[in-house]
Design a protein around this ligand. Sequence first.
Ligand code: IPE
Ligand code: IPE
Ligand code: MG
Length: 253
Amino acid sequence: MNCLTHLTNQLVSNTAPHIPKHIGIIMDGNGRWAKKRFLPRYVGHQKGRSAVRKVIEAAMNRGVHALTLFAFSTENWRRPADEVSKLMAMFLNALQKEVDTLHQHNVRLRVIGDKSGFSPDIQSYIERAETLTQNNTALHLTIAANYGGRADIVSAVQAWQLAHPEHTLDQLTPDSLQPFLSLADLPEPDLLIRTGGEERISNFMIWQMAYAEFYFTPTLWPDFNEVEFDKALASFAKRQRRFGQTGEQVAQC
Ligand code: IPE
Ligand code: IPE
Ligand code: MG
């Protein structure tokens, strides 16, 4: 990225340069939070819901444009059936209880991932939420549920091929694939936060995170809050993003 592109991006997005435009969060550590208290794992998931509310509010207060939260991976179906069904019940309950408040706060809500894996009830509440909030502008909130980065890339390639039946695969380029990936209408995540102490990406937006800054914290998700969020932003503000250039080139901008 040259100086001019960088400047134009800042002007278009109207976001302060030290504030990430798009933050992705791997909300991890619910189970361990509960285990530490000799409670069943689902209590950690329940407690995690209030951390979600706090982070949405903090993101809006800090002027973040888009927030993408990893709630359930394509691999999480491998968990015990009881935990999966509790997570599904909580997802449905959140869609029933939280969406109107989000709408009142001008939040646009979307879900990425394979929605066909969910019950008809969940699917119809997702559709209702997406339709209700589609014109909201204060925050682009995305929940990644039954989401996997590898599946995202594969379905993008399939969609690319459907859209260009006259093309052969040797004409596929990163730029031509980009519009077919999840959240192609948003800037790519600038910052990835992972709570819970693990330092891995666990199949979350692996394409879109190519140049994201990573922030790992041992704080378990249910304990995450505005103060923790600000620590991540402070760490981000200190990074020099080079996009392949040298530090000296970037410093000249
Ligand atoms: C993240 O917390 C929530 C989901 C994956 C649904 P975990 O449930 O993975 O919590 P830990 O990692 O076991 O502590
Ligand atoms: C990643 O957490 C998925 C979500 C937070 C939804 P996991 O707890 O499933 O990740 P791994 O299995 O430890 O890599
Ligand atoms: Mg985990």
